[in-house]
Design a protein around this ligand. Structure first.
Ligand code: FA5
Length: 340
């Protein structure tokens, strides 16, 4: 075979290749033409085999022509593959076997969960839910609760003042007064809500926090009723082994006043780091409503007695979920919030 006749074969195969490329429009067709021209038994390989029969002095030029054809074929076929991929991926039918895209679902904040649980427990004991303002007059936040201006007890709660005698309420006890003003006994309410204090944030203090106030007034209400209600709450919230203890304390709007503790839920009373070895966790204040408060709002203090209590919702949530820093509830880190 001469170089000329081999060059003629190269030109013929190149024309065939060009028209095959122009006609191919599916992955299978492209693969078939690649095998036909560039495969191990394809047209280009056959040309290389014929090279041996070309006279040695013409072989170099003939070999170059076949190599050029091979390179041309590889370039064109890979271009065809990319062009085909670009046009077909957008048109391809959706793959229904792929997992779907789920919108991220929100969930309730742990403080909301705990607050709802506390509310349900008290509602089941016959308490109604009452609400009151967060921006409150000094009268409802202090004076009507037997904390007159200049009274040292005002210093117990670092107040954020707004304007013209208004404050951000420092506790939910303001709702006691508002409820008693509009309702005659019997009264049995709880009032959950936000409170504000000029406290420096640390592991157990936040300038914004939540309390749940409780108030029960009727004829013949005693401290034993208060103990019973708090014990029942503690056991429903944390389990039947809970014990409670009351310690004498002072709040101007209750007499006698107390603070109450629950068995430490971490060590169940044995003593640990969280309860500082005491076996008890302080929950909040309580006591029998001071007759002075009844007189201020117009209840007959000879006829009626009552108890009141307040509890910090964050403190209960920290105990329930074993969270050691109150700030976690307010930083809104999704890695924390998604655990509830
Ligand atoms: C009171 O606020 C009283 N009103 C409670 C009360 C109600 C007593 C009815 C008697 C009768 P105290 O200042 O101790 O009390 O706060 C009650 C609880 O609120 C605390 O035990 C704590 O759990 C929570 N608390 C107070 N300040 C903060 C704060 N800065 N951050 C988080 N929780 C707080």
């Amino acid at each position: 075979m001469t170089e000329n006749s081999l060059q003629e074969s190269v030109r013929t195969i190149r024309r065939d290749l060009e028209s095959a490329i122009a006609a191919a429009d599916s992955t299978q067709e492209i693969e078939a033409l690649r095998v036909r021209f560039l495969g191990r038994k394809g047209a280009v390989s056959a040309l290389f085999k014929q090279l041996g029969s070309v006279p040695p002095d013409q072989r170099k030029a003939a070999g170059q022509a076949i190599n050029d054809l091979k390179q041309f074929g590889e370039d064109e076929i890979s271009r065809l593959i990319s062009r085909h991929a670009a046009t077909t991926t957008t048109e391809a039918a959706p793959d229904l076997t792929l997992p779907g895209n789920w919108p991220q679902a929100g969930s309730l904040h742990p403080l909301t969960l705990v607050q709802r649980r506390i509310k349900t427990i008290f509602q089941n004991m016959g308490f109604a839910i009452a609400d009151g303002p967060e921006i409150e007059t000094e009268y409802y936040n202090f004076e009507a609760l037997n904390i007159p201006k200049g009274h040292p007890a005002r210093e117990m709660q670092d107040t954020l003042f707004v304007d013209n005698g208004f404050v951000l309420r420092t506790h939910t006890s303001n709702v006691q007064i508002r409820v008693m003003e509009r309702q005659r006994p019997p009264v049995r309410i709880i009032s959950p809500g936000r409170c504000f204090r000029r406290d420096t944030p640390d592991a157990t203090h936040s300038p914004v926090f939540h309390q749940i106030e409780g108030l029960c007034v009727d004829e013949g209400i005693t401290f034993a009723d208060l103990r019973g209600v708090i014990l029942n709450f503690a056991r429903q919230m944390f389990g039947p082994d809970m014990k409670i203890r009351f310690r004498p304390s002072y709040f101007p709007f209750v007499e006698p006043g107390a603070e109450y503790d629950f068995t430490c839920f971490i060590c169940m009373g044995r003593g640990c780091r969280v309860c500082k070895g005491s076996g008890w966790i302080e929950i909040s204040g309580a006591g029998m409503v001071n007759p002075v408060v009844f007189e201020t709002i117009g209840y007959d203090s000879e006829r009626y007695t009552g108890y009141a209590f307040g509890m910090g919702v964050e403190r209960i949530a920290m105990a329930l979920y074993q969270v050691e820093d109150i700030r976690m509830f307010f930083e809104n880190d999704l890695r924390f919030l998604q655990q509830f």
